[in-house]
Design a protein around this ligand. Structure first.
Ligand SMILES: [Zn+2]
Length: 232
């Protein structure tokens, strides 16, 4: 074997190894892809199940959130709370209760600001401050963020790397006072896999939540946290 062909042979062997390595990578990637596809199908299938997530923004409030937690406990329902950092600081016992009673706690910024109107560092600081307050109370990392007003600039690259959670059903409970109308509006729209948006700082919203829960449980719905709904 000439030196040149030996080099060629070595190169050919290297090339063969690289091709084999690439094939393996592709095969593994495909396997992951297929698995991922299977998982996403499973998520779709999960969304066909009678499962919904009820979520509450803007709390905690000493009166109305406590009332809500009592009612959720009585109905064996776990909810998701997107809390405001400064209110969490004022009501740490309610944050503790949420955590102990199996609810998921998410971030709704420190002082309820419209994140896309802020500079990158201001927006990230709002997210971080709320995370810090919640973690200080519960000892748990915060993963989920509901941006106030649904406004979040995805170009803002915060080190916190939060998962933004929006909603499917919005009865505009913050500007209505008729409890039955709020509940009827949700019940008219809701379908399996939906995320319902309410605000636990209004007594009317808390009462509407109880009507909705009682009716959906009667229809065979199960209430899960946002995390369970999205990643079960
Ligand atoms: Zn809000």
């Amino acid at each position: 074997m000439s030196k040149q062909s030996k080099i060629y042979g070595t190169l050919a062997n290297k090339m063969r190894s690289i091709v084999m390595l690439l094939s393996t990578v592709v095969l593994i990637s495909c396997a992951f892809y297929i698995l991922a596809a299977g998982e996403s199908e499973q998520i779709v299938w999960q969304r066909d199940e009678k499962k919904v997530a009820i979520t509450f923004d803007d709390g905690p409030d000493a009166k109305t959130t406590a009332l809500l937690l009592d009612g959720l406990k009585a109905r064996k329902v776990r909810a998701t709370f997107f809390v405001i950092g400064e209110k969490a600081e004022q009501n740490p016992e309610l944050i503790c209760r949420m955590s102990e009673e199996g609810h998921l706690i998410g971030n709704h910024t420190y002082s309820h600001v419209q994140l896309n109107m802020l500079s990158n560092s201001q927006a990230c600081s709002q997210v971080k401050s709320a995370n810090d307050v919640i973690k200080e109370i519960t000892g748990q990392e915060v993963i989920y963020l509901r941006p106030p007003f649904g406004e979040w600039d995805h170009k803002k690259d915060c080190p916190q790397n939060m998962i933004a959670v929006y909603w499917d059903v919005d009865p505009l409970d913050w500007k209505r006072t008729d409890t039955k109308q709020i509940a009827a509006d949700i019940l008219r729209q809701v379908k399996p896999g939906d995320i319902i948006l309410l605000h636990d700082i209004y007594k009317t919203s808390v009462q509407a939540a109880f009507i909705v829960i009682d009716e959906l449980q009667r229809q065979g719905y199960e209430f899960v946290t946002v995390e369970e709904l999205l990643f079960a």
